[in-house]
Design a protein around this ligand. Structure first.
Ligand SMILES: C[S@@+](CC[C@H](N)C(=O)[O-])C[C@H]1O[C@@H](n2cnc3c(N)ncnc32)[C@H](O)[C@@H]1O
Length: 206
């Protein structure tokens, strides 16, 4: 059953239809991505353990938090000030049940959010900047929300990095962002045949 969802959500071009897909998938999402060996929790742990010093009191926005599957790693690492944002109420309902987040916000990242500028030490965004989901224009919004010297930790798939304009957008923003880390390529969901290569980008807001 679960196998189909990855293909469905990453091939959907319409944002309202995509939201309906996540309504259908929400309850099974964690089991499925666990089965597929979802790589982002491990990648995040590596960044925090070995590559970037992030104080445990940092105010973190999990942008496109979904069910909170990746933020479970932040909880394990003893981060306590995490705010989740997603446009799917169904995904947020699961996230709420985990008691990871201080606050959950239901908004779209494809528009300017109602959140105050320069307030987050870290913005995490995994599995979200991709086709049918959230486009490169959101990078401007994520920068706006980040404090000076704060970090953006983003996953972006190789296949759409240039094609959907993420590369161009990051180049356009080069006066606002300094690249700290670009990870090696890795397979995002190794046990699913629709998987793609992805990379983690850690960027500092200058
Ligand atoms: C593949 S899931 C990733 C969830 C989580 N970050 C993770 O890594 O498990 C993609 C998430 O993006 C959310 N999403 C898609 N379009 C969005 C939009 N325009 N604004 C906010 N969230 C969106 C979906 O509701 C879904 O929860």
């Amino acid at each position: 059953m679960g196998k189909k969802w990855l293909k469905i959500v990453y091939e959907e071009k319409n944002s309202s239809k995509l939201k309906k897909h996540y309504r259908g998938w929400a309850k099974e999402y964690d089991n499925d991505i666990k089965d597929w060996g979802y790589a982002y929790p491990k990648q995040l742990r590596k960044i925090i353990d070995k590559q970037v010093k992030i104080p445990r009191k940092s105010k973190i926005l999990d942008a496109g938090c979904g069910t909170g599957y990746v933020a479970e790693t932040l909880k394990e690492l003893k981060f306590t000030n995490i705010i989740g944002l997603d446009y799917s109420e169904d995904m947020l309902k699961i996230a709420k049940s985990k008691n990871i987040y201080r606050r959950l916000i239901c908004q779209s990242l494809n528009k300017k959010t109602s959140l105050r500028s320069n307030q987050f030490d870290v913005i995490l965004c995994t599995g979200v900047l991709t086709s049918g989901h959230v486009g490169p224009n959101a990078i401007k919004e994520l920068i706006r929300l980040t404090k000076k010297n704060g970090y953006l930790i983003l996953s972006i798939s190789e296949a759409i990095f240039e094609k959907l304009g993420f590369k161009k957008e990051l180049e356009r923003r080069k006066n606002e962002l300094k690249t700290k880390i670009i990870s090696n390529r890795f397979v995002a969901t190794p046990n699913n045949s629709h998987s793609a290569y992805s990379r983690m980008y850690v960027l500092t807001k200058v």
